[in-house]
Design a protein around this ligand. Structure first.
Ligand SMILES: Nc1nc2c(c(=O)[nH]1)N[C@H]1C(S)=C(S)[C@@H](COP(=O)(O)O)O[C@H]1N2
Ligand SMILES: [Mo]
Length: 356
């Protein structure tokens, strides 16, 4: 990060749907490890919930030995941990798929990052106990509404397999960047699920239920499923872990630059281990060179800032590409795996510039 990135321009969010409110932040604004709440993208399936209570509580029911309702104040007093991690919508970059797919036409800004503080869910579940027949843990938000293709009013519900729910870094969060969670991002309580696309991180948490079966709700079996082929239902798999990915934050696409020295900056992230390497190409992918990584070793889930100093004398048009690699041996592919609902886009990123 250079000096300019310490101060951010005034935020503006780009609208991808008016009702419910879906907005993204252009990626060149995401220049800090902890993004202020005003710059955080917003992804909603329903109108914002009407929260009218003075105080909140979180019941944990179902296949537990002792059902317990934790009050908000009780949760604040329990041992907590904070995690700096990106939340990325699985539909991020959807507009780049060819052939194109329906849904919010996100460019690269349905991602953000900050510090979430809360209580490990496994600590709460150790107080309730879990019966041996438990298969999944179900999370329900306060928001509800209609979904195209469904008659009934639905609420936003998602489940996690028991091992993922019991991971010590799966937290019931009550703070974002040191303040109560902003209303639009899930106040008073939100589950934060590291490494998974953000549909798993249910906002406005109303209840937790331990269930003895695999949840079949629409946000789990209809949406947030990779359908590899337009017609076939075969080979479908649920959307879970974030793919290895990167963006170039500057220069901007189709920017005109003068000959000389330019910084090429960006971020890279993954839900599999950590970012090991980012390469850029200045000749449409024929040759690649490594960039400098600014890893934040104290925050293992964090995105990685990277930069490259580009000396360019020759006038003309250039395609700059970035490709990230993670510690699980994954690299961004040249072409993203097409799927009907447009999830998980992570092809090599590129911008075009002209040197005059
Ligand atoms: N209750 C509730 N939680 C939710 C959603 C929602 O519509 N309702 N959307 C999910 C999806 S798809 C994403 S990408 C993230 C978006 O979080 P944000 O609005 O804080 O950016 O919240 C997830 N949690
Ligand atoms: Mo999402």
């Amino acid at each position: 990060m250079n000096k300019e990135s310490k101060t951010l321009p005034k935020p503006y969010l780009l609208v991808r749907s008016l009702f419910p409110e879906n907005q993204e932040m252009p990626v060149h604004f995401l220049r800090l490890p902890k993004i202020p709440k005003e710059y955080f993208f917003r992804r909603n399936h329903f109108p914002y919930p009407e929260l009218s209570q003075d105080t909140y509580s979180l019941p944990i029911n179902g296949e537990v030995l002792t059902p317990i309702t934790f009050t908000y104040e009780e949760l604040l007093k329990m041992p907590s941990k904070s995690l700096v991690l990106p939340l990325e919508c699985s539909g991020n970059k959807r507009s780049y798929f060819r052939p194109r797919v329906h849904g919010e036409q996100w460019e690269s800004g349905a991602i953000s990052q900050g510090e979430w503080r809360g209580v490990s869910l496994c600590n709460l579940l150790s107080l309730t106990g879990i019966k041996p027949d438990a298969v999944e843990i179900l999370f329900e938000g306060y928001d509800k509404g209609k979904k195209p293709g469904y008659d009934k009013v639905l609420s936003f519900q998602r489940s996690l397999p028991v091992p993922k729910a019991l991971h010590p870094d799966t937290i019931i969060a009550y703070e974002y960047n040191g303040e109560p969670i902003p209303f639009k991002h899930g106040y008073p309580l939100r589950i934060i699920v590291p490494n998974w696309y953000a549909m798993a991180s249910v906002k406005w948490l109303r209840s937790i239920t331990v269930i003895p079966y695999k949840f079949q709700g629409p946000f789990q079996t209809d949406d947030y499923v990779y359908y590899p082929n337009k017609e076939e239902a075969a080979n479908v798999r649920p959307v879970t872990t974030i793919n290895v990915n990167s963006v170039i934050q500057q220069p901007l696409d189709y920017q005109i630059l003068s000959a000389g020295v330019h910084n090429i900056d960006g971020i890279a992230w993954t839900g599999h281990g950590k970012i090991l390497k980012v390469e850029i190409s200045l000749d449409e992918g024929r040759s690649w060179s490594g960039v400098n990584l600014y890893n934040q070793s104290q925050h293992p889930y964090s995105w990685t800032f990277w930069s490259y100093t580009w000396k360019v004398d020759k006038k003309g048009e250039y395609t700059i590409m970035s490709r990230a690699y993670d510690s699980d041996g994954r690299a961004q592919p040249n072409v993203a795996e097409w799927n009907k609902k447009g999830y998980g886009y992570n092809a090599v990123y590129s911008v075009n510039v002209k040197i005059e």
